[in-house]
Design a protein around this ligand. Structure first.
Ligand SMILES: *Cc1c(COP(=O)(O)O)cnc(C)c1O
Length: 384
């Protein structure tokens, strides 16, 4: 069914993430960068890769950036470099994309899941503390939907118990964390290692798969660079067991263009979130996303909670009006078939279970137009 709205207006069709709108704005710059790589034929480890790593390193104000094939590999490389051993426990959140937990399990480590904060959706220091055992070796906070977890408190716990902290920055590249002393750092540069993704829909996305690791520890940086490249120290000498995980030169060239705009993209997302917030404030059935005092929110997702069991009906109502929406995440990880072996039971994570029934992510990207936001918010409010 095509809403009459689209027939009588010139409004662009609404997308969750409108990569075409972005390409229409950056197209000539991107085409030029891609063309240069193709004519150079340096597809693997071309100069653009180091140029991008250096640009991102400066942007993040961190000592080392190591690019790799994707965000999932980045998490795996981090865990390999830290020398985590089978049976070691890694504390993370039950409310995240599967990659976070998958990598832990794949390495033979034990994922220890925790219930997130129901307002910010992020892992909580209190739940981490409760989950610590003698086998705990690392914490993986995920900066979900574009907002940092409580890193200052998490780093205190890590220090107290001698744990590594791997920040999953896939949804928060560029987000700033504010410390209580007034200083600030970018997400992913606070823990032992930050791991991010450049999947096309992320805040900093390329045109395929890509990822990177950040660290202020030079020894770890060297190790991660080696692991990402077959464990090679110098040509055909292997000190570590590694994997093949590289950022393509073409993707690096695209990221070089897009990194320059990242702060502008993130502010545009925040402006869209402000619009949503003010439209929904006062609607008793909608909880707008909470914003932490210690983190700038860069709205990878704009995720509301819909009360009264009305979420799925609202989603259908939006669909009929040609407005896409997504449920991140529909099922708690501890109940997925592949993770039953962890031995959790259904009611172990009441916050996660409730969130899975209530969350709804609305269209959010830097090129969303005011007219589109007006149409989305009025369609949502019409429903209630
Ligand atoms: C996207 C994402 C990943 C994985 O990134 P890929 O590049 O797709 O492998 C990991 N963690 C979170 C939280 C993500 O959103």
């Amino acid at each position: 069914m095509i809403s009459s709205y689209f027939i009588f207006t010139s409004m662009r069709e609404i997308q969750m993430v409108d990569l075409r709108a972005q390409y229409e704005k950056l197209g000539s710059e991107i085409d030029e960068a891609v063309g240069a790589v193709i004519s150079s034929t340096a597809f693997i480890k071309g100069p653009e890769v180091r140029v991008f790593e250096e640009a991102l390193r400066k942007y993040l104000n961190v000592k080392n950036v190591i690019s790799c094939g994707n965000g999932t590999d980045a998490l795996q490389i981090a865990m390999m470099a830290l020398g985590l051993q089978p049976g070691d426990e890694v504390i993370t959140t039950n409310f995240t994309f599967i990659a976070t937990v998958e990598v832990v399990a794949l390495m033979g480590l034990k994922p220890v899941l925790t219930d997130p904060d129901p307002a910010t959706f992020n892992i909580t220091p209190a739940a981490i503390r409760k989950a610590i055992t003698e086998k705990t070796k690392a914490i993986v906070p995920v900066h979900l939907f574009g907002q940092c977890a409580d890193m200052e408190a998490i780093m205190e716990i890590a220090k107290e118990y001698g744990l590594h902290v791997i920040e999953d920055v896939a949804q928060a590249t560029g987000a700033e964390y504010f410390f209580s002393d007034g200083s600030k750092k970018r997400a992913g540069t606070i823990g032992t290692i930050g791991a991010t993704s450049f999947f096309p829909s992320k805040n900093l996305g390329c045109y395929g798969d890509g990822g990177a690791l950040f660290t202020n520890d030079d020894t770890l940086a060297q190790k991660m660079r080696s692991i990402a490249n077959h464990g090679m120290k110098e040509k055909y000498h292997y000190n570590d067991i590694g994997i093949n995980s590289r950022l393509d030169t073409l993707q690096a060239a695209i990221l070089n263009v897009k990194l320059k705009y990242l702060d502008r993209f993130n502010s545009a997302r925040r402006a869209a979130a402000d619009f949503y917030d003010s439209a929904f404030t006062g609607c008793p059935y909608i909880s707008i996303p909470a914003r932490s005092a210690f983190s700038a929110h860069i709205f990878h997702q704009y995720t509301i909670k819909v009360g009264n069991g009305k979420r799925d009906e609202l989603k259908k109502h939006l669909e009929q009006a040609k407005i896409p929406s997504m449920i991140y995440y529909p099922g708690p990880l501890h109940m997925q078939q592949a993770y039953r072996f962890l031995g959790y039971s259904e009611n172990d994570f009441p916050v996660t279970s409730d969130l899975c029934k209530e969350v709804l992510s609305l269209p959010m990207h830097p090129d969303i137009e005011k007219e589109q936001l007006e149409y989305i918010t009025s369609t949502v409010l019409d429903f209630f």
